[in-house]
Design a protein around this ligand. Structure first.
Ligand SMILES: C[S@@+](CC[C@H](N)C(=O)[O-])C[C@H]1O[C@@H](n2cnc3c(N)ncnc32)[C@H](O)[C@@H]1O
Length: 279
């Protein structure tokens, strides 16, 4: 184990939302059910933005895609317009239901869901999901080797203490390429104010773990500046012990509040990193 894998483990167990699950004694699915504004917040924040265009420009038409921790489909839905089949994995039934509803509304019939954590998914399940009753487009070359899919992707979903196993498994599953999306910025001061100082990890931690495993990923950074209405910010920080007044006070001190016709909005700056390996 390297200091980077230790850092990741610390982040997953003590900082990430998995700690909230433990503290609040709620399941992963309950967490996402209590955060029904997730898609709305994504819309205001311009996510996934340019990263999606970059990934879409790399994957070949008719390819198969594995989206690990697909959530409400920020990547799975738009990329499935290009894939022959997308296998969307997520342990939350609620998240998968929202994604499936969006897929139906778009007339997409090539998404298969598997309701599990990545560590519990068998590669044979993915292979079975990838070759059943769907029309494989002409460009797609049927796989005659042991790769489960052409591309694998995990965006803000690498919540596993055994990050090496998580990463190796997603690399081994994909024949043509691997995409990882995670934050490249420091911790937002609001988060530290709301929850106190916590262990931290960003994309460099993942980059070093991959490098130590012998994989040299390329990295691209995508900054995003955006504003959110305060009712969404309060929802995001619903498990904080700070009151709404205290959260507003902190943002006001930092000059991040703006009064608009429909209420108070707060500004945010973030940067997403895309780590990718193309064979
Ligand atoms: C922050 S959301 C990201 C969703 C989507 N990838 C996106 O970029 O919008 C994290 C998702 O990862 C899922 N997740 C958490 N731990 C996971 C694991 N060990 N394996 C697979 N998915 C996981 C959660 O249920 C949740 O839907």
């Amino acid at each position: 184990m390297s200091c980077w894998t230790d850092q990741w483990k610390d982040f997953v167990t003590r900082t990430s939302y998995l700690q909230t699950l433990a503290e609040e004694k709620i399941s992963n699915d309950q967490f996402w059910r209590s955060y029904g504004i997730y898609d709305q917040a994504l819309m205001y924040s311009g996510y996934p933005g340019e990263i999606l265009a970059k990934i879409s420009s790399i994957i070949s038409p008719g390819a198969t895609l594995l989206d690990i921790g697909a959530g409400t489909g920020a990547f799975a839905i738009p990329l499935s317009r290009k894939t022959s089949r997308t296998i969307a994995i997520d342990p939350s039934e609620y998240q998968l239901q929202i994604m499936s509803l969006k897929a139906r509304q778009e007339g997409l019939t090539n998404i298969v869901t598997i309701k599990k954590e990545w560590k519990d998914v068998l590669l044979s399940e993915i292979m079975a999901a990838g070759v059943s009753d769907v029309d494989i487009s002409r460009e797609h070359v049927p796989q005659s080797d042991n790769y489960a899919v052409d591309y694998s992707l995990a965006a803000y979903s690498l919540f596993d203490e055994d990050i090496e196993h998580f990463l190796i498994k997603m690399i081994d599953a994909a024949k043509k390429g691997v995409f990882i999306v995670f934050r490249a910025n420091g911790i937002d001061s609001l988060s530290e104010f709301a929850y106190g100082p916590k262990p931290y990890a960003d994309h460099t931690c993942l980059y070093h773990i991959l490098s130590d495993l012998g994989y040299q990923f390329d990295v691209m950074l995508f900054p995003r500046n955006y504003s959110l209405p305060m009712d969404l910010v309060f929802q995001q920080y619903r498990f904080s012990k700070k009151s709404h007044v205290e959260l507003l006070g902190h943002l006001s001190q930092e000059g991040r509040l703006e009064e608009k016709e429909d209420g108070i909005w707060a500004s945010f700056q973030t940067t997403d990193a895309l780590l990718y390996l193309i064979h």
